[in-house]
Design a protein around this ligand. Structure first.
Ligand SMILES: *Cc1c(COP(=O)(O)O)cnc(C)c1O
Length: 363
């Protein structure tokens, strides 16, 4: 048996003629930076998401950083982030000169525990960054209420949540702005690095577009010092093709999750992911909790099945945050579950037999 954790090649084969044609078109037009593919993707993705503006950029880390800058976040400011995420979420805060304030996660849903947020709000707090981790929606109703009460910005990190819904709407439409990553392995992945920013706020949209392109407003008119973080034509062409299939692929992921759930529900020592009521999980990752996680992971490898851990160390306890002196007693939920989590392969191309074989190895 050989089952990889992600299978980008299988997906490519299913849409090969269209992708090859799109890439060839960009090369024959030499529209490598900007151009019609980028303009079209920004428009197509904004429509798909349901926001007024979508601005492409180089990756899903830059997008968080540039949105924070557009919200005027800088030295002396605090930004609330969950204790479990990929490092980009907190890293982007620090890169702006602000301080990430970590909040423990909900014990069942793995996203920021909205009941704890207010305890961490100070006069320095400027932004809350909810992360829809693994494809699970955060409770955006509660988070927006808290933000309004304290006059804070909300920046949704949707890097793992293309297609996730809360209260019937796609996540990325609740906050003042949202950040997306199109890293190849994400629910919508380019063939290299890519990212983007969504918002209904014209001022934010104009500002991030300017920051991403050297602070220019029109050619050679540099209003501020910005940076170079652009979505390139080849990536946009790939994304335009793939966006048409995204909803079907998400349905495929949900079907795999359902099958795992059926097979693992009664497996002793395994806790299958809980879905938050009122939302729709897009299953970027299928994360179980399992006793003797490391032994099980080895057993899977011996049988040819790849798995992963997202993530082995909660953010507050990474070496780079040593100086923040985060205390273990403030993060019981994340510390408790991070020892047991295991991400199983999940993609639409996974066969029923593959899912059955993987599940059997957990019994
Ligand atoms: C992948 C990811 C990012 C960063 O995206 P890149 O495109 O890799 O920079 C940010 N936040 C989360 C939660 C992610 O999973």
């Amino acid at each position: 048996m050989k089952i990889s954790f992600v299978d980008l090649h299988a997906q490519y084969l299913s849409i090969k003629p269209e992708i090859d044609e799109a890439i060839a078109r960009v090369i024959s037009n030499s529209s490598y930076i900007g151009g019609v593919e980028v303009v079209n993707f920004e428009y197509n993705f904004s429509k798909w998401l349901g926001v007024d503006y979508f601005i492409g950029c180089a990756n899903g880390t830059d997008s968080i950083e540039m949105l924070l800058k557009a919200m005027d976040v800088g030295p002396g400011d605090e930004v609330i982030v969950p204790a479990m995420s990929w490092i980009s979420t907190s890293e982007a805060v620090s890169t702006c000169g602000a301080k990430p304030i970590f909040v423990d996660i909900h014990p069942e849903y793995y996203t920021i525990d909205e009941e704890l947020i207010e305890r961490y709000i100070t006069t320095k707090t400027k932004v809350i960054i909810p992360v829809h981790l693994y494809g699970q929606p955060c409770n955006m109703t509660k988070i927006m209420e808290i933000a309004e009460r304290h006059n804070l910005w909300v920046l949704e990190d949707c890097a793992q949540a293309h297609g996730t819904r809360w209260d019937g709407k796609r996540v990325g439409t609740f906050g003042h702005a949202s950040s997306f990553s199109f890293f190849p392995g994400k629910n919508l992945g380019a063939y290299g690095d890519a990212g983007g920013m969504g918002t209904n706020d014209l001022a934010i949209a104009e500002r991030v577009r300017m920051i991403a392109n050297h602070g220019q407003k029109g050619k050679h008119n540099h209003i501020i010092e910005g940076r170079n973080s652009r979505l390139d034509g080849l990536q946009a062409a790939v994304l335009n093709v793939k966006l048409k299939y995204l909803d079907d692929w998400i349905t495929g992921r949900q079907a795999v999750a359902k099958e795992y759930g059926r097979l693992l529900e009664s497996c002793i020592g395994v806790k299958i992911p809980a879905e938050r009521q009122g939302g729709l999980h897009s299953y970027h990752l299928y994360v179980i909790q399992i006793e003797n996680r490391d032994v099980v992971k080895e057993r899977l490898i011996d049988s040819g099945v790849e798995s992963a851990i997202h993530y082995p160390t909660p953010l507050p306890f990474l070496s780079c945050y040593k100086e923040n002196e985060n205390k273990e007693c403030d993060f019981p939920n994340v510390l408790n579950y991070s020892k047991n989590i295991l991400s199983l392969p999940i993609y639409p191309e996974l066969s029923k037999l593959d899912i059955e074989n993987i599940s059997n190895l957990l019994y």
